[in-house]
Design a protein around this ligand. Structure first.
Ligand code: ADP
Ligand code: MG
Length: 209
């Protein structure tokens, strides 16, 4: 697929993605690597259907994303993906555990959804912060809470934008361990990162520069 952005006055466009192609599957980690500005986030946004490529197609299972209307796209996305954007986007008025259990809200926050949220926080290594509000979490902790939320629905595909970027060495190592564990448990992982530790454990490496 390819993607260009128009610059603001419309006089030109910048090519962000050249011809790039990738495929995610269960128990595999695809790492999209490249310097800052090389188009990693753009590629993840295209893969998750938030952006349209200029050329090329995105298939979710056997369905072309272009053929889906907004509702269908949203429903597919919720079923297929757990997504952690670069900026973790926690809701400030909710505690960590409430943020994680948000996907359970339409069904009421039952004991089950609470238990599940605790399990996800434990998996992400941040259960000791479950009652904290986002403003009292470190950047790294907030990122882990966002990761726990992505795990909450047990989606088959995890899409993570620079999951180790805001973490110290030891925390980054434990996130990489978590990614390995998720892969072993059968998840498909699509990870944007220029971190050597993530690149090293990738099954497929897509270099953008
Ligand atoms: P990365 O995640 O690798 O740092 P991005 O995908 O965020 O790269 O951005 C790739 C390039 O596209 C950058 O030069 C960025 O400035 C530009 N870009 C990103 N989003 C937009 C946008 N909405 N409009 C115009 N240019 C954009
Ligand atoms: Mg980015």
């Amino acid at each position: 697929m390819t993607k260009s952005y128009a610059v603001q006055d419309g006089s030109a466009s910048i090519d962000v993605l050249g011809d790039v192609s990738l495929h995610v599957e269960p128990s595999r980690l695809v790492c999209v690597a490249g310097r800052s500005g090389s188009g990693k986030s753009t590629l993840l946004n295209i893969a998750t259907g938030f952006l349209e490529p200029d050329r090329g197609v995105v298939h979710w299972e056997d369905v072309s994303v272009r053929e889906l209307n907004a509702d269908q796209r949203a429903r597919f996305r919720v079923r297929l993906f757990g997504i952690v954007f670069q900026t973790g986007a926690l809701i400030r008025s909710l505690t960590a555990i409430e943020n994680v259990a948000i996907p359970g809200l339409p069904h009421g926050l039952s004991r089950d959804s609470w238990t599940r949220a605790v399990a996800c926080l434990e998996l992400a290594g941040v259960s000791h912060r479950s009652r904290h509000f986002p403003t009292s979490l470190s950047v790294g902790e907030a990122h882990r809470v966002a990761l726990a939320r992505a795990l909450y629905r047990d989606p088959p595909i995890l899409v993570l934008d620079e999951p180790t970027a805001s973490l110290d060495g030891q925390s980054a190592d434990s996130v990489v361990e978590l990614l390995r564990g998720l892969r072993t448990s059968g998840k498909a992982l699509l990870v944007a990162s220029h971190d050597g530790r993530v690149i090293e454990c990738a099954d497929t490496l897509v270099r953008l520069d």
